[in-house]
Design a protein around this ligand. Structure first.
Ligand code: BDR
Ligand code: CA
Length: 314
C-alpha cells in the first residue's frame, strides 16, 4: 500500500495533539515531519510540545520551528485559556529529550515538496504563516504539493474569536489571504463542520481505553479543554477541530464538499473572515476572479467518530 505522505503544520494545542496521534496511528499515513507555528501557544512551546508528542508515540521524525509572529502586526495573544499554560491542559508532561530540527518550518516544507513532487498533502491546523512564507520562498510550491488541507475558517457559521472569524485564520489573516489565494487544491475544514460535532467525555474515555498511552494523554489533556468548552452548557463536551482535515485524507466520502470562490478579509473589523461564494451564487466579477477552494459543509458524525476510535485502537 502506498501511504499518503503528509506534513502537519501545527500549534500544539490539545486538539492538535489528538489530530497528530490520529495521523501517527493510521497505517495509511506517513507523517514526514511536524512543522510548528505560533498560535495556541508561542512557537517555542509549540515546537517543544510537538517533540513531546513524537517521543510519546516513539516516532523519530523531524520537528521544525516556524514563524513566531503574524505576517503583519504585533505578537498575538495566545489561547492558554483554552489549552492551558503548557498547551496541554496543565498536565505538565516532562521535557522532551530530542532536539528541534535546524531547518525552519518553511524550509522543511519546501525541501520535502521538492523531494516528493506532487505527493505531499500539507495539513495545516494552526495559523498559516509557515505556508505563506514557504510560498514566498518557493513560488512553484503549488505545483509541488498534492493538496493543502486547512483547519480554519467559517464559511456559513459564526466565528469563534469574533462574530466572523475563526481562530487560525484570525491569528494571521494576511498569511491566510496569501495561502487562500495561491493556485493549489485547498480543502477547508472550518467551524461549519468542526463545531457541528461536539464530543462528550465518554469519547475521550474510549480513546484512553483503546490506546492507554496516546489516548490516555489526550484524555488527561482534554479535561481542562472540556471545562472551557462546557462553560454555559448543560452537558460536558469539547471539539477536535484539527483531526478533520486528516480524516478527509483517509475517508473523503464522509464529507460533503462545496466548491466556490473565497476571500479572506484583512481589514480590522472583519479580520480573518472567510467569505465564501459557492459556484453559481454570484455573477460579481470580483468574486468570480477570487480563488477557488473546496469547503467542507457536512460530515457524517457516527462514521467520523468511529474512524477516530478505530484508528486509536490500532
Ligand atoms: C483552531 O484554533 C485552535 O485553538 C485549535 O487548535 C484549532 O486549530 C480552532 O478554531
Ligand atoms: Ca491547532
Amino acid at each position: 500500500m502506498t501511504k499518503h505522505k503528509i506534513i502537519l503544520d501545527t500549534d500544539p494545542g490539545i486538539d492538535d495533539a489528538m489530530a497528530i496521534f490520529f495521523a501517527f496511528q493510521s497505517p495509511e499515513i506517513e507523517v514526514l515531519g511536524l512543522t510548528t507555528v505560533f498560535g495556541n501557544v508561542p512557537v517555542t512551546m509549540a515546537a517543544k510540545n510537538a517533540l513531546i508528542l513524537c517521543e510519546l508515540a516513539e516516532l523519530d521524525i523531524p520537528v521544525c520551528k516556524g514563524v513566531a509572529m503574524p505576517w503583519v502586526g504585533p505578537e498575538s495573544g495566545y489561547a492558554h485559556f483554552v489549552h492551558g499554560d503548557d498547551g496541554f491542559g496543565n498536565i505538565n508532561p516532562p521535557d522532551p529529550k530530542g532536539k528541534i530540527d535546524p531547518r525552519s518550518s518553511a524550509e522543511f516544507i519546501i525541501e520535502m515538496a521538492r523531494k516528493y513532487p506532487g505527493e505531499i498533502t500539507l495539513v495545516a491546523v494552526g495559523p498559516l504563516g509557515n505556508l505563506a512564507l514557504a510560498l514566498r520562498l518557493e513560488p512553484e510550491l503549488p505545483k509541488l504539493l498534492k493538496a493543502v488541507n486547512v483547519m480554519g475558517g467559517a464559511a456559513f457559521v459564526p466565528g469563534n474569536v469574533t462574530p466572523v472569524a475563526e481562530a487560525n485564520i484570525w491569528n494571521d489573516a494576511y498569511a491566510a489571504e496569501i495561502v487562500f489565494a495561491a493556485d493549489w487544491e485547498l480543502n477547508m475544514f472550518g467551524l461549519d463542520v468542526t463545531y457541528d460535532l461536539p464530543f462528550a467525555p465518554n469519547f475521550i474515555d474510549i480513546l484512553a481505553e483503546k490506546n492507554p498511552t496516546l489516548g490516555g494523554f489526550v484524555n488527561r489533556a482534554s479535561q481542562f479543554y472540556t471545562d472551557f468548552y462546557s462553560q454555559g452548557k448543560d452537558t460536558r463536551q469539547c471539539y477536535f477541530h484539527d483531526a478533520f482535515p486528516i480524516a478527509y485524507i483517509l475517508e473523503p466520502s464522509l464529507f460533503e464538499m462545496t466548491e466556490g470562490n473565497v476571500r479572506v478579509s484583512t481589514d480590522k473589523l472583519n479580520q480573518g473572515q472567510t467569505s465564501f461564494a459557492p459556484f453559481g451564487t454570484t455573477a460579481s466579477p470580483d468574486w468570480l476572479e477570487a480563488s477557488t477552494i473546496n469547503v467542507a459543509t457536512k460530515v457524517d458524525h457516527p462514521k467520523l467518530t468511529e474512524l477516530f476510535i478505530n484508528t486509536y485502537a490500532l
